[in-house]
Write a protein that binds this ligand. Structure first.
Ligand code: GLV
Ligand code: MN
Ligand code: MN
Ligand code: MN
Length: 399
């Protein structure tokens, strides 16, 4: 019951009417509402809530301290995202605590629920920003200067919500206090459907990254400029997208261009510039680097042919993550031999895995659709996820 109540209360927050998807961007009103919901629910449960120097939320069952068992996820969304990516892990964490308490279990180690900010990077471009700042995987100087689509910096955005931008940065003592981190997440593919299991344990995360491509040309009249006189960056961009698709297919990798800005964006003008973002992922880092190199080379060659300019910047890179085998096997054992499977999706757990023992649980997604309004998990599977998380937390830190 507690899962349904928590889920139902959070569901309307930040929902975007026309698509039914979510626009829960960090440090906006919708995000603040999600955070307020979390603080209220955690406080109602007698958990001690704190905001860390990077804006991540922590709700402690018992006193904070070393060797903590931490679970949680994120509440921000991609543009027009689904309800489950992130929130399922946060709601399940609170529901799992309710379940443990109802069973009379008590933590023998500090236990916390964490909510990480800007996991999707939908506003400031770098995914897992809250966990990267916590671990030092991104410098506070670079983070402070990140800008959203309106030119607002992260420093300005956090200051507007009362957080000191000068305090952003590595949180070593807090990081060292984490004994183990477990993130529950909706699966973002159909692995568990194929395996016929409601819950699984993550084995690894594909390496992935984001590259900004800037194509530049010459703005001119659509009706009077001869085709041979044009320096049209849209043409270079379009050919680069086709090349990305082909190179990825040949390499067994994935390449996506889901975000593009055109300048000046007029119907009857050749653009002066096209800015596009490549998201690339592969089973291993060698393949990923090779495929991105080939795409960049294809863009350069095409730009030379079109008389346009091309520049490329890596905005974020996440190496391959292999979750600790002993912890993974322990979780699978606690769950009665749950299946173990890899994913191509990025997570805060992937960032934390470089620093502390980390594991992930996945909940079955009947269609595999994610980062879209149709993202889904059936209620019985969500409840199986809560039960699984409770069993894991009990095994790791309760009596
Ligand atoms: C985040 O969900 C990502 O994998 O892009
Ligand atoms: Mn996501
Ligand atoms: Mn997520
Ligand atoms: Mn993610």
């Amino acid at each position: 019951m507690t899962f349904e109540k928590l889920w139902g209360d959070l569901l309307p927050v930040g929902r975007y009417g026309p698509t039914g998807g979510y626009r829960r961007y960090s440090w906006t009103a919708a995000d603040a509402e999600c955070r307020a919901w979390f603080v209220e629910e955690a406080t109602r449960r007698g958990l001690t809530v704190e905001t860390d120097r990077n804006g991540n939320l922590w709700a402690w069952w018992g006193a904070p301290g070393p060797g903590a068992v931490v679970t949680g996820s994120h509440l921000d969304s991609v543009p027009d995202g689904g309800a489950f990516d992130g929130p399922l892990g946060v709601v399940s964490a609170l529901a799992a605590i309710d379940l443990l308490r109802a069973r009379g279990a008590r933590p023998v180690r500090p236990l916390a629920v964490a909510v990480f900010v800007e996991e999707e990077g939908a506003r400031f471009g770098v995914p897992c920003l809250g966990s990267r700042l916590l671990t030092g995987a991104i410098s506070p100087e670079r983070a402070r200067g990140l800008r959203d689509a309106d030119g607002v910096t992260l420093a300005e955005a956090v200051a507007a919500y009362g957080l000191d931008p000068d305090a952003l940065g590595p949180d070593t003592e807090r990081l060292r206090s984490i004994g183990v981190f477990v993130e529950l997440h909706v699966e973002q593919g159909r692995g568990l459907v194929d395996l016929g299991a409601p819950v699984g344990v993550a084995s690894s995360i594909w390496p992935h990254g984001r590259w900004r491509f800037d194509f530049t040309g010459e703005a001119n009249h659509a009706g009077t400029t001869r085709l041979e006189d044009r320096r049209d960056p849209m043409l270079t961009f379009a050919n680069t997208v086709l090349a990305a698709r082909k190179k990825a297919r040949l390499a067994g990798a994935l390449a996506t261009v889901g975000k593009v800005h055109v300048e000046p964006n007029g119907t009857n003008a050749i653009p002066s510039a096209v800015h596009a973002w490549l998201d690339a992922r592969a089973p291993d880092e060698e393949t990923l680097r090779a495929v991105v190199g080939e795409i960049v080379q294809a863009a350069r060659e095409r730009a030379a042919r079109d008389g346009t300019g091309f520049a490329e910047t890596c905005e974020s890179y996440t190496p391959v993550v292999e979750f600790a085998g002993d912890l993974r096997d322990r979780l699978a054992g606690v769950l009665g031999g749950a299946p173990v499977l890899p994913t191509g999706a990025g997570h805060d757990a992937g960032v934390l895995a470089a620093e502390v023992p980390t594991a992930m649980l996945f909940v079955r997604n009947p269609t595999g659709v994610s980062h879209a309004p149709a993202e889904h998990a059936e209620l019985p599977d969500c409840l199986a996820g809560v039960a699984a998380l409770a069993a894991v937390l009990e095994d790791l830190g309760c009596r």
